[in-house]
Design a binder for this molecule. Structure first.
Ligand code: HEM
Length: 407
């Protein structure tokens, strides 16, 4: 997202220890050597770019900093702060998208209201719908002998499942998904970003008002009727919670699905192994989540805080680089190798502490269903043109174009 200073995007990175750039092409395409370098000589790096931030790369530091609640606050959870002038309480804080953009106590009661909808059992009820969506998508391109596995498969799947879970009309859902996709576009200017955010909020405001008057048996109705003590949740909180499901659940999951298809298309031995031994899918999905973790979250220091030789000043942005932590050799043997049968895979792709992802069962189910369905129908595939593969970065990293040829 182009939220701050355009010149940040064109300055070459001098030294990642003092000038890292999550949007720099070399970081976006392959951050592994940068993380290795930083872990050894500057475990908590700093940059002035995009409003400035600090970035730990060791597993133990990411774990420790994620637990500094609320001194490291989630009110602005993004990897980049919004430029001054765009900030409002609908863009940061509990109304924006609790629980992710909230600290306790709001984080606690909003999270509690979400959890029952995303248990393993609740998610299982969506499996056959998800399988159907995958089959339809594959039907739409299999005869062509090629497709873009990102835009024609992964990016189509996850919004359809969420629209279904939320209980939204399919056509309205398609328009909504368009706005969310625009919002998630990393090239977007700050003012455009807020325009889409308000469109999405207005959409959900109408849905919530409607469900308060005429409750149905769906997710939005349940949140619309949720109470804190004797009081219904404020409407603006419910609107933010609904919007968050799309913003947090769409591109995160599609990034891992696209990364996995890219991985198997470029690592033929791994692809063949999955074809011949589908019992590996559980551990293989966890390994994809570890190796291709998409999410780096943000926090802001509320007060002066010393940690590992660094002093965060009030307002400083601190990035929780879960992907870098998942490649720490202190924790993971041979971290830069994909081991489809890796045991003891304590990855933190879904975060740690009080904000740990509420959608993790859904994400795991979607990734597994998407990859199994793909391998069932398209077991032999390769990258059509490696030069055409496009990776996107920022708070969520993953491939946005994966041109695949079925062989
Ligand atoms: C592979 C897919 C996914 C990944 C890697 C992922 C990752 C994460 C991470 C790292 C966090 C913690 C953020 C922080 O500490 O600030 C988080 C939180 C969250 N995620 Fe996910 N996520 C995924 C899918 C989903 C899905 C499918 C949903 C729901 C539809 C979802 C909903 C949420 C919510 C609501 C939170 C906030 C929880 C809280 O603050 O208490 N995520 N996710």
């Amino acid at each position: 997202m182009d939220l701050s200073n355009e010149s940040d995007a064109i300055k070459p990175v001098a030294d990642p220890a003092t000038d890292y750039d999550l949007l720099d092409k070399s970081y976006v395409e392959n951050p592994l050597p940068i993380w290795d370098d930083l872990r050894q000589r500057c475990p908590i790096a700093h940059t002035e770019r995009w409003g400035g931030s600090w970035m730990p790369t060791r597993y133990k530091d990411v774990q420790a900093l994620a637990r500094k609640v609320p001194i490291l606050s989630s009110l602005s959870n993004m990897a980049f702060d919004l430029p001054e002038g765009l900030n409002s309480d609908l863009l940061t804080g509990p109304k924006a998208g609790a629980p992710i953009s909230a600290d306790p106590p709001e984080q606690t009661w909003t999270r509690q209201a979400l959890l029952p909808h995303f248990t393993r059992t609740a998610v299982e009820t969506q499996r056959s719908f998800t399988e159907g969506v995958c089959e339809n998508l594959i039907d739409s391109f299999i005869e062509d002998g090629r497709c873009d596995a990102a835009s024609q498969y992964a990016e189509q799947l996850t919004p359809q499942v969420l629209i279904h879970i939320l209980g939204l009309d399919k056509d309205a859902g398609a328009e909504l998904t368009g706005w969310v996709n625009n919002l998630l576009d990393v090239g977007l200017e700050g003012t455009e970003w807020t325009r889409y955010w308000h469109l999405i909020r207005n959409f959900f405001a109408k849905e919530v008002q409607n469900r308060r008057a005429y409750p149905r048996n769906d997710f939005i109705s349940a949140l619309s009727q949720a109470k804190f003590g004797e009081e219904l949740f404020p409407e603006e909180i419910v609107v933010g919670m609904c919007a968050l499901q799309l913003v947090a659940g769409i591109d995160t999951t599609w990034s891992v699905i696209s990364s996995a298809i890219w991985h198997f298309a470029t690592h033929q031995i791994d692809r063949q192994r999955m074809v011949s031994d589908p019992s590996l899918w559980n551990s293989a999905v966890e390994e994809m989540l570890r190796f291709y973790s998409p999410v780096t979250a943000g926090r802001n220091a509320l007060e002066e805080t010393a940690y590992a030789g660094v002093i965060f000043q009030p307002g400083d942005k601190v990035l929780l680089n879960f992907p870098a932590a998942n490649h720490d050799p202190e924790i993971f043997e041979d971290p830069h190798t994909v081991r489809l049968d890796r045991e003891d895979n304590r990855h933190i792709a879904f975060g740690v502490g009080i904000h740990r992802c509420t959608g993790l069962h859904l994400a795991r189910m979607e990734i597994q269903v998407a990859l199994r369905a793909w391998f069932h129908r398209i077991p032999n595939f390769t990258i059509e043109d490696p030069e055409a593969v496009i990776w996107a970065g920022g708070g969520t990293r993953g491939p946005r174009c994966v041109p695949v040829l079925f062989t």
